[in-house]
Write a protein that binds this ligand. Structure first.
Ligand code: NAD
Ligand code: LMR
Length: 329
C-alpha cells in the first residue's frame, strides 16, 4: 500500500443508478489508477440505508486502493477536505420531459452543495456536475461558492461526446480509435451541437469523410442530441452505466491530462471564447495539462456551426435567467 495521502473523492446521489456503476469504477482504479482514495458518499436521509448496502458491496470487492469510505446526509461533513466532487444526485427526467423541466426540482440541491463546498472543500477541489440540467446546475453551484475559483466547476458533456464518436464510427465503418477531435458545443440538451467539421478521421475532416450533409443534419445531430430520450424510452430509466463511464472519463482527463493531438468536450465556464457569453457553463473542446484545462482556440466555425452553437447558447442564457428568477443564483 502506498504512503501517498489519499485523494478524497465526494460523490452525491450515491445510492442511485449512476453511482451503482460509478462508485465501483472509481474504486477499481479507473479514475486515478494505482493511487489511494477515500470515498465520501452523500445521500438524502431516506436513502442512507440503501447506501449502506452499496458500501457493503464496495467492501466485498476488497479494492486495494480504497483506504476509507464515509457516508452521510450532511454536505458540510461529507465534503470536508475533498479534492474532487462528483455531483450526480438529482432527479432524472421521465419520458416526455426535457432536461430543462428539472430546473426548479433540482436547482436547490446545487445551492446547498455549492455553499457547503465553499465552506469545507480542499483548496484544490475540482467539481463535476452530472445531475441534470447539468450545465445550469454547475452554474448554480459555482455562483454559490464564491471562494472557489470559477474554473473548478464543470458539467458533463462527455457522454454526448462519446455518443457522437460511436455514431460516427458506425457510419464510416471504422473503429472509434481512428477518430479524434470531436466537439460537443453548448448545453447537455437537445440543442447541443456535435461538430463534425472539426472532428477528424485519419487526420481528415469527418464532415468531408462522411460527405453527406443530409445525414449530418437529419440523422447524426438528432440521434446524438436525443440519445438520452431514446434510452429513457427503451429502458424506462435514464442512462446510467454510460453516464458513469463518461463521468469517470471527464474527471480522469481533468486530473491526469488529455492525449497529445486530441481534445475532449467539457462544459466549463466560458471566458468569452467563440462568442459564448462569459460565465455561462457551456461545452467546448478542451485540452488538459497538469490538472488545468484550456479551451482550444482558433477553430474554424462555419455558418452552419455558428447558428447551431448560438441556438444552444441561447438556451443556456434562458436557463440562467430562469434560475436567476428562482433566486438560485
Ligand atoms: P437516481 O434517481 O437513480 O439517483 C439519484 C440519487 O440522488 C437518488 O439516490 C437520490 O436519493 C439522490 N439525491 C437526491 N437529492 C440529493 C441530495 N440533495 N443530495 C444527495 N443525493 C441526493 O438517478 P440517476 O439515474 O443516478 O441520475 C442522476 C442524475 O444524473 C439525474 O439528474 C440524471 O438526469 C442525470 N444524468 C446526467 C447525465 C449527463 O450526461 N449529464 C447522464 C445520465 C443521467
Ligand atoms: C442522458 O443524456 O442520457 C441523460 O442526461 C439523461 C437524460 O435525461 O437524457
Amino acid at each position: 500500500m502506498s504512503t501517498e495521502a489519499p485523494t478524497k473523492i465526494a460523490v452525491t446521489g450515491a445510492a442511485g443508478q449512476i453511482c451503482y456503476s460509478l462508485l465501483f469504477r472509481i474504486a477499481s482504479g479507473a479514475l486515478l489508477g494505482d493511487r489511494p482514495i477515500e470515498l465520501r458518499l452523500l445521500e438524502i436521509t431516506p436513502a442512507l440505508k440503501a447506501l449502506e448496502g452499496v458500501v457493503m458491496e464496495l467492501d466485498d470487492c476488497a479494492f486495494g486502493n480504497v483506504v476509507n469510505i464515509e457516508i452521510g446526509d450532511d454536505p458540510t461533513k461529507v465534503f470536508d477536505g475533498v479534492n474532487m466532487a462528483m455531483l450526480v444526485g438529482a432527479m432524472p427526467r421521465k419520458a416526455g420531459m426535457e432536461r430543462g423541466d428539472l430546473l426548479s426540482a433540482n436547482g436547490a440541491i446545487f445551492t446547498a452543495q455549492g455553499r457547503a463546498l465553499n465552506e469545507v472543500a480542499a483548496d484544490d477541489v475540482k467539481v463535476l456536475v452530472t445531475g441534470n440540467p447539468a450545465n445550469t446546475n454547475a452554474l448554480i453551484a459555482m455562483r454559490n461558492a464564491p471562494d472557489i475559483p470559477a474554473e473548478r466547476f464543470n458539467a458533463l458533456t462527455r457522454l454526448d461526446h462519446n455518443r457522437a464518436l460511436s455514431q460516427l464510427a458506425a457510419k464510416l465503418g471504422v473503429p472509434v480509435t481512428e477518430l479524434s477531435n470531436m466537439t460537443i458545443w453548448g448545453n447537455h440538451s437537445a440543442t447541443q451541437y456535435p461538430d463534425l467539421f472539426n472532428a477528424k478521421v485519419g487526420g481528415r475532416s469527418a464532415a468531408e469523410a462522411v460527405g453527406d450533409q443530409d445525414w449530418l443534419e437529419n440523422t447524426f445531430i438528432p440521434t446524438v442530441a436525443k440519445r438520452g430520450a431514446a434510452i429513457i424510452e427503451a429502458r424506462g430509466l435514464s442512462s446510467a452505466a454510460s453516464a458513469a463511464n463518461a463521468t469517470v472519463e471527464h474527471m480522469r482527463d481533468w486530473a491526469l491530462g488529455t492525449p497529445a493531438g486530441d481534445w475532449v468536450s467539457m462544459a466549463v465556464p466560458s471566458d468569452g471564447s467563440y462568442g459564448v457569453p462569459e460565465g455561462l457553463i457551456s461545452s467546448f473542446p478542451c485540452t488538459v495539462t497538469d490538472g488545468r484545462y484550456e479551451i482550444v482556440q482558433g477553430l474554424d466555425i462555419n455558418e452552419f456551426s455558428r447558428a447551431k452553437i448560438d441556438a444552444s447558447v441561447a438556451e443556456l442564457v434562458d436557463e440562467r435567467n430562469a434560475v436567476t428568477e428562482l433566486g438560485l443564483i
